[in-house]
Write a protein of this length. Structure first.
Length: 423
């Protein structure tokens, strides 16, 4: 057993060495070359769509044998349209301004030194993620554009999909005489290898987990490599007493039902007591079309035709399914207090025509993205104009919210003198 573990560690160290050597070259690569390579990677994804779908089918078959839920299957499933979307995401990254080399500001100090703060690559980025294959291409393109080498370790559910996606991207780089080690894949999905990756300090500059609460907690408690925390999404929609019924219904249906398996879908509906009797029956009818299970407090249960009692655990749960917790509140203050107590600092929304209520909500709710009269489903790097995202950070250090190109950079000071020395 010990020999096997040593072999796994040796393999990871090899990936790390290759990534570190390549990261130095990537950091020197000009924007035009990076963009041309990204566009070629995007084309190769579409050119190899049949191969990718065949490998994805293996993952889907295994998932069905393991009785994976329909919503989780949706996270895993690839189609020609989704592969095209992945390719288009890479193409959009290619069109975005390259932050590398930018000087954010420059000033002269009392000694006559010109001091500038310049954006540079982080170096080697490790990403541990679960069952969404699109993370592979999003992460690869964003890291590549910012001159970072990346080591990807996906979950076993998407093993074949992730492996073929990385193989296609590496082949695209080889075809243009560029190092395939810019994008590497850990082909061992064991927990032991994941834990070893979390401690690869000599080679990884940062580790980014992207997945469920258990994965993120494991990385935070195990890793010795610096971590950027991407959080789970226990997201809320609050319907204020001054909300429009049609708007509120459309937004809650979209936030809950468009794609319930993703982190920016709504998990709890809070509604002001003054409009609960009028609004909740309409919302229940709309959600019934999607067979949403309603877990309600006593006041909401008295209004709904069909629901089950909500538990304390429900308020803190990211369901990732057609399940919605519902609570009637007495005031905006109570709604904000409930959200700040139970949320995961991801995305929260208020529906209201009252300007002062929306401003109070936007200022007092503690989350990476806070909305007034819009669905939480918009919290997405692609939608925000970042081309793609490496994840949605719910921490407050370095990066918060959808992480695009800028969040994958560090800075260094460049200082120009003309012979100064410190006295």
């Amino acid at each position: 057993m010990q020999k096997k573990e040593e072999t796994k560690m040796t393999d990871l160290i090899q990936l790390g060495k290759q990534a570190k050597a390549t990261a130095y070259q990537l950091g020197l690569m000009d924007t035009k070359t990076k963009n041309e390579l990204l566009l070629h990677m995007a084309d190769e994804l579409e050119n190899n769509s049949e191969k990718i779908l065949a490998e994805n089918q293996k993952d889907l078959s295994n998932a069905k044998e393991n009785n994976i839920t329909d919503t989780m299957l949706d996270r895993l499933r690839l189609t020609k349209e989704r592969i095209k979307d992945m390719a288009d995401g890479i193409r959009q990254v290619a069109t975005l301004p390259d932050p590398i080399g930018e000087v954010d500001k420059m000033w002269k100090n009392e000694d006559g030194l010109m001091i500038g703060k310049q954006r540079v690559p982080i170096g080697v980025i490790g990403i541990i993620y679960e069952s969404r294959p699109n993370v592979t291409t999003d992460a690869a393109s964003l890291c590549f554009k910012t001159g970072n080498a990346v080591i990807l370790r996906g979950g076993k559910e998407a093993f074949y999909s992730n492996k073929i996606l990385v193989a296609v991207l590496q082949q695209a780089l080889k075809q243009k005489n560029s190092s395939p080690f810019a994008i590497q894949f850990v082909d061992d999905t064991s927990r032991e290898t994941a834990q070893q990756l979390m401690k690869l300090n000599d080679y990884l500059d940062v580790l980014i987990p992207r997945g469920g609460a258990n994965l993120i907690k494991t990385v935070l408690t195990t890793a010795t490599v610096p971590v950027i925390e991407t959080g789970t999404g226990n997201c809320h929609v609050y319907i204020d007493k001054d909300a429009q019924l049609e708007m509120a219904t459309n937004i809650i249906v979209n936030a809950k039902c468009q794609r319930p398996s993703v982190c920016n879908s709504a998990e709890t509906l809070l509604i002001h007591k003054e409009v609960a009797t009028e609004f909740l029956p309409v919302i229940e009818t709309a959600l019934n079309e999607y067979n949403v299970e309603l877990r309600a407090d006593e006041r909401a249960s008295a209004i709904f035709k069909q629901s089950i009692p909500a538990t304390e655990e429900d308020w803190a749960t990211e369901f990732l399914d057609y399940i919605l917790a519902v609570k009637v509140v007495d005031s905006l203050d109570e709604a904000i207090q409930h959200i700040n107590q139970y949320n995961t600092k991801h995305s929260e929304s208020i529906i209201s025509d009252n300007y002062f209520a929306t401003q109070q909500f936007l200022q007092q709710v503690d989350a990476a993205a806070v909305y007034a009269n819009a669905s939480t489903r918009f919290t997405d790097g692609f939608v925000f104009g970042f081309g793609a995202e490496i994840g949605i950070s719910t921490q407050k250090l370095h990066a918060r919210g959808p992480m695009g190109l800028t969040e994958l950079t560090s800075t260094k000071y460049i200082v120009y003198g003309d012979g100064q020395y410190r006295k």
